[in-house]
Design a protein around this ligand. Structure first.
Ligand SMILES: Cc1cc2nc3c(=O)[nH]c(=O)nc-3n(C[C@H](O)[C@H](O)[C@H](O)COP(=O)(O)O)c2cc1C
Length: 169
């Protein structure tokens, strides 16, 4: 298995060290190399470094507090006017690519779900849109915290290989 896939775990404790702009750009370029339905590429990413804004985002819900400590938070957004049916899949693939490239750059990440409507409470998405001045027609898939991990990675559970079905279920 690709080492970066094996090594990726959710990081919720960060050193204060800044992440270089070039590194952030490489992570976003990796995100934008993801597959995308009909090659529409409906992705947008808001890069948040400002401490006050991160502290505000950290209050989006009770599982996002570490956004205040991560030096960078990326808001992954999609444009449903470009891809009504597939923006969620396209943005999810982009997030995963970003997380794998972050490991490659020696960084840790955590996916912070905040999508509204079917994915959860719409007020969370509205909260992020308002905090980041995101236009009304754009949807927010997730926040991703980014930074150098403070402490060792937690152990990973092995994959549920019993859930693999050979030829038929
Ligand atoms: C759609 C989605 C939403 C998530 N939302 C949160 C979240 O709000 N806060 C958080 O701390 N972790 C969140 N996670 C991370 C999961 O808790 C984590 O991936 C899972 O526990 C497995 O651990 P691992 O990432 O270390 O393998 C989310 C992950 C996904 C895929």
């Amino acid at each position: 298995m690709l080492k970066q896939i094996w090594d990726r775990v959710s990081v919720r404790s960060y050193k204060p060290d800044a992440v270089a702009d070039e590194v952030i750009n490489e992570i976003i370029e990796a995100a934008f190399h993801a597959p995308t339905a009909n090659n529409v590429r409906p992705w947008h990413v808001v890069v948040v470094r400002d401490a006050d804004t991160r502290a505000h985002l950290a209050k989006v819900h009770q599982w996002a507090g570490f956004c205040a400590d991560a030096p960078v938070v990326l808001a992954f957004c999609g444009d449903p006017e470009k891809s009504e049916h597939w923006w969620i899949e396209d943005c999810s693939a982009a997030v995963e690519n970003a997380m794998i490239e972050a490991v490659n750059q020696g960084l840790g990440t955590c996916w912070i779900g905040c999508r509204g409507a079917d994915g959860g409470d719409m007020s969370r998405e509205d909260y992020v849109c308002s905090a980041l001045n995101i236009p009304k027609h754009i949807r927010v898939l997730a926040l991703v915290s980014l930074g150098y991990a403070d402490g060792p990675a937690h152990p990973k559970q092995p994959g549920p290989m019993a859930n693999v079905h050979d030829e038929t279920w």
